[in-house]
Design a protein around this ligand. Structure first.
Ligand SMILES: [Ca+2]
Ligand SMILES: [Ca+2]
Ligand SMILES: [Ca+2]
Ligand SMILES: [Ca+2]
Length: 407
C-alpha cells in the first residue's frame, strides 16, 4: 500500500460526511474506450471541467471530469473521445482545455480541447475537439513554413480580449528571445492564422512558463510569464500587457511585477499557477515548491496587489506565504501535478492535485479547498488507482466554459 493512501485514509470519512463518496474503483480502462458511454452531460457553463489526456499505444484518450461539486458527476471521469487513428500521437502533441467557441450547434457552454500537434517535419497542425455530442476532431490550422516549429513553441489557452471565449496564445522561440502569437476565437472557432502580439528579446524561450490571467482587473487576460530571477535564481513574474485593452493593435509592454527570492526560492525547484484564491477578484500566484532532500511540497501563495499609479498592469506581487505544508503524508513534488479550479462554487479557486500512486499503480485526484486565507486539508475526490490510469502517461488541464447567459 502506498504511503499516500495509508496516511490519508481518514479523508474518506470526511468525504462521506459531506456526501462526497470516494469514487469506487470502477474507472473504465484508460486504454480501452469502446464500452464507455457517457450517461452524464458535460458540466454547464461557468463551472470548471478538468480534462485528462491519456496515452494509448497509437494515439490518446481525451477525458473530462466535472469539478463542480454541485450539478452531479462531480469528479467522475468521462471519456470524451479516442484519437487512435489519423496519426495522432500523445508524445507529439500538447493538449489544452478551453471554451474556444460553440464549435457545433449543440455545444453551448462546454469545455473543448485543442491539440497542438507536431508533424514529422516539426511543422504544427492545430486540431479542435468540441465539447458536446459531436466530438469529431476539426482541423483548424496548418502552420507550415514561416519558421513554425512544434519543438520551439508553447501554446497557452485563455481569454485575452474579454469576450468570454478562450483564445490560444503561443510562445515561439525567436533567436535569443520569444515571439508571442495569438489565435483569437470568433465564437465558433480559433483563427486559422495568428496575429503577432509581441517580440521580446529578453524572454528566453524554454526558460519561461506562461499562463493567461486578468491581473489588471479589466476583463482582458494578460500573458503572465514566470522566469528565473537573474540575480537569485528565484521566481520572477513578468506580465505582457496591452495598453489599448485589446490584442488587435498597439504594442505590448512587458513588466516585471515581482519576485520571490532568497531563503531557498528556486525557479527550477518550483512550478506556478495563477488564480483567484482570495476574495476580491485579484488573482494570486500559487507556487508548488520542492523541498530539497524531502520529497514533499510547500504550497506558497503570493498575492497580486493592485498598485494604482504603478506602470503597466498597475499590480505588484506581494510577499509569498505558506498556505499548506505537504512535507509529510507521502506527498511528492515530482509525483504530482496541480491545477486551480473553483470546486465548491464559492468564487474562490481551489487547488486540485493529481498524485502518482507509484508502485501501487494509478493516481488519486485531491482537492485542497481555499478558505480565502489558506487551504483546507486535502480530500480525495477521484480514485484512479485502477482502470489503467498512469500518472506518467497522462496530463491534465482545466477550463471554465463560458456561461450561456453571455449570449
Ligand atoms: Ca465549447
Ligand atoms: Ca477571447
Ligand atoms: Ca487585464
Ligand atoms: Ca472554491
Amino acid at each position: 500500500m502506498s504511503p499516500v493512501r495509508h496516511l490519508w485514509k481518514p479523508v474518506a470519512t470526511v468525504l462521506a460526511a459531506v456526501g462526497l463518496a470516494v469514487a469506487p474503483s470502477a474507472a473504465p480502462l484508460a486504454g480501452a474506450a469502446d464500452d464507455v458511454e457517457l450517461a452524464v452531460q458535460p458540466p454547464g457553463g461557468g463551472t470548471p471541467d478538468l480534462t485528462l489526456v491519456h496515452a494509448l499505444p497509437g494515439g490518446m484518450n481525451l477525458w473530462h471530469m466535472p469539478l463542480a461539486e454541485v450539478g452531479g458527476a462531480f469528479a467522475a471521469p468521462q471519456l470524451a473521445t479516442t484519437l487512435a487513428s489519423g496519426g495522432f500521437s500523445y508524445a507529439a502533441s500538447r493538449t489544452l482545455a478551453g471554451d474556444f467557441g460553440d464549435i457545433t450547434g449543440s455545444d453551448d457552454g462546454t469545455a473543448d480541447q485543442v491539440v497542438w500537434h507536431a508533424q514529422p517535419d516539426d511543422a504544427v497542425i492545430l486540431w479542435a475537439v468540441p465539447g458536446a455530442a459531436d466530438r469529431a476532431p476539426r482541423l483548424w490550422a496548418t502552420l507550415r513554413g514561416g519558421g513554425w516549429s512544434w519543438r520551439d513553441s508553447t501554446p497557452v489557452a485563455g481569454d485575452v480580449n474579454a469576450d468570454g471565449w478562450d483564445d490560444l496564445v503561443v510562445l515561439h522561440r525567436n533567436g535569443p528571445g520569444t515571439n508571442i502569437w495569438v489565435f483569437l476565437s470568433d465564437g465558433t472557432r480559433l483563427a486559422e492564422t495568428p496575429s503577432e502580439v509581441t517580440y521580446n528579446p529578453y524572454l528566453a524561450f524554454g526558460t519561461v512558463r506562461a499562463a493567461i490571467a486578468d491581473v489588471s482587473g479589466d476583463g482582458y487576460g494578460e500573458i503572465v510569464l514566470f522566469r528565473p530571477d537573474p540575480s537569485s535564481g528565484g521566481v520572477q513574474t513578468v506580465v505582457a500587457w496591452k495598453q489599448a485593452g485589446s490584442f488587435a493593435g498597439a504594442a505590448t509592454g512587458v513588466w516585471v511585477i515581482g519576485t520571490a527570492s532568497g531563503g531557498g526560492w528556486s525557479y527550477a525547484g518550483s512550478r506556478q499557477l495563477i488564480g483567484t484564491v482570495r476574495p476580491g477578484g485579484t488573482p494570486s500566484i500559487i507556487h508548488l515548491h520542492a523541498q530539497g532532500a524531502n520529497p514533499g511540497i510547500l504550497v506558497w501563495e503570493q498575492p497580486l496587489v493592485p498598485a494604482p499609479g504603478a506602470p503597466g498592469p498597475a499590480v505588484l506581487a506581494g510577499a509569498p506565504e505558506v498556505w499548506q505544508d505537504l512535507r509529510s503524508g507521502g506527498w511528492s513534488w515530482t509525483g504530482s501535478r496541480q491545477v486551480l479550479a473553483d470546486t465548491n462554487a464559492d468564487g474562490l479557486d481551489d487547488l486540485v492535485s493529481v498524485h502518482d500512486q507509484g508502485a501501487a499503480g494509478g493516481e488519486l485526484v485531491w482537492r485542497h479547498v481555499s478558505t480565502g486565507a489558506g487551504l483546507l486539508a486535502p480530500q480525495v475526490i477521484a480514485d484512479l488507482r485502477t482502470g489503467g490510469w498512469s500518472f506518467g502517461a497522462s496530463r491534465e488541464d482545466v477550463a471554465v466554459p463560458r456561461p450561456a447567459a453571455l449570449g
